[in-house]
Design a protein around this ligand. Structure first.
Ligand code: FES
Ligand SMILES: [Fe+2]
Length: 403
């Protein structure tokens, strides 16, 4: 942090960043590539165990554009399937959530168990050669990290722990196995999902956008960005002495995660988990923001709050007022320019995005997106050259040599 505060230019070994092509926010071809590769091969946060607490509980989940049902099985496992009956594709559940002993398609009554196995069909004698063992529900990869449920559409994907890499260890102090779901809400924003997410992926904007909310509690000149394998990233900036976090100011009686260490207690830190999770983590709460595309120029912002058991007190919600009625002031500030920026990037006047060293996490995100899409699949005019080398990817960090 002192290194960052003292430097008068970007570190000498940090590359100069080419402009991001504006078409990445406007071109349907790029959105199609995102769906075909990025959303298909990444681990995506879909649910919290509190939403499916008992065997038989299920949740319908369509945030990534695919119809998915997540089931808490009788065996205790958490399973995910395409919500697509193996007969003629009717849904096996139509309610957003519920509890069922069996999943029975309402079209012709084919019935599946919580492992997706086909148990019975109506009038089986009328099918010739119907092999039940080949007609299970189609599985979606599903793994948990503590109480969080992630899905992945790629059956060949690495495990969730491999995907998170060193972050899984860094997060052990937050006890995701004990955090409860305190709040989950969603809002529609009129801009490409990356524009909305990028507003939360740098601290360069803090003095302009948040002069009275964030700026007083975050020392942006001492911010340290770290880039992890697979596109993940982190920022850590100290709070000026004597300042407590916004959440602590408003909810001073909340229980704390006792195992949380010094950094999360004295700094503002935020992790970006590729592709669409941005979240501060503190001793009081883990409140991820998730960004999902809804077409090329609209997106859904999901606001979650996980927290240690709050007992009889009202459930803490880091991001909204009146149980999801309205975003809190900080997020109103962060989302203020989304629709304006979308108009700009759609205009003839938009050329590309020049990024500073402070905005390295945004560039690294795009570079990583091209990696998962496959650069050869991307039209040259939309590609982002991978100029950030391994020397800048954790655990490597040229800044350490300069100290
Ligand atoms: S489509 Fe499900 S039973 Fe026919
Ligand atoms: Fe912000």
């Amino acid at each position: 942090m002192e290194y960052e505060a003292a430097r008068t230019a970007p570190p000498p070994t940090f590359p100069s960043l080419p402009d991001l092509p504006g078409g990445r926010y406007t071109d349907p071809e790029f959105m199609a590539l995102e769906y075909a590769h990025l959303w298909r091969k990444s681990w995506l946060l879909a649910a919290h165990l509190d939403e499916i607490p008992e065997p038989g509980c299920f949740l319908l989940w369509e945030n990534a554009g695919q119809p998915v049902v997540i089931v808490h099985s009788e065996t205790g496992a958490i399973n995910a399937f395409y919500n697509t009956c193996s007969h003629r594709g009717a849904p096996v559940v139509t309610e957003p959530k519920g509890k069922k002993l069996r999943l029975t398609c309402r079209y012709h009554g084919w019935t599946y168990n919580h492992e997706g196995r086909l148990l019975s069909v109506r009038d089986p004698e009328d099918f010739k050669d119907l092999d039940f063992s080949c007609r299970s529900l189609n599985p979606v990869r599903c793994e948990t990290f503590g109480n969080l449920v992630f899905v992945n559409f790629d059956l060949e994907a690495p495990t969730l722990l491999d995907w998170l890499g060193p972050i899984a260890d860094e997060w052990s102090e937050f006890r995701f196995d004990q955090c409860r779901l305190a709040a989950r809400h969603s809002f529609t924003l009129d801009c490409n999902w990356k524009i909305a997410m990028e507003a939360n992926t740098e601290v360069y904007h803090v003095k302009s956008i948040h002069p009275s909310t964030v700026a007083p509690i975050l020392d942006d000149r001492r911010n340290v960005n770290t880039l992890y394998p697979n596109g993940h990233n982190r920022m850590v900036a100290p709070r000026p002495k004597g300042m407590t976090s916004t959440l602590a100011q408003t909810r001073g009686d909340l229980p704390e995660i006792a195992t949380v260490g010094e950094i999360a207690r004295t700094c503002t830190q935020s992790y970006g988990i590729f592709p669409n999770w941005v979240s501060p983590l503190s001793a009081l709460a883990i409140p991820p923001l998730l960004f999902w595309p809804k077409g090329i120029d609209q997106c859904m912002l999901e606001t979650w709050t996980f927290a240690p058991d709050w007992g009889d007190r009202p459930a803490p919600d880091q991001w909204t007022e009146n149980q999801g009625e309205k975003l809190i002031q900080v997020l109103l500030e962060d989302t203020e320019f989304g629709a304006w920026i979308q108009k700009s990037v759609n205009s003839y006047g938009f050329k590309g995005v020049p990024l500073s060293y402070q905005e390295a996490r945004i560039y690294y995100w795009h570079q990583s997106a091209d990696q998962i899409i496959g650069p050869e699949n991307i039209p040259e005019s939309l590609r982002v050259p991978p100029v950030i080398g391994e020397d800048w990817i954790y655990p490597n960090d040229p800044r350490l040599d300069e100290l």
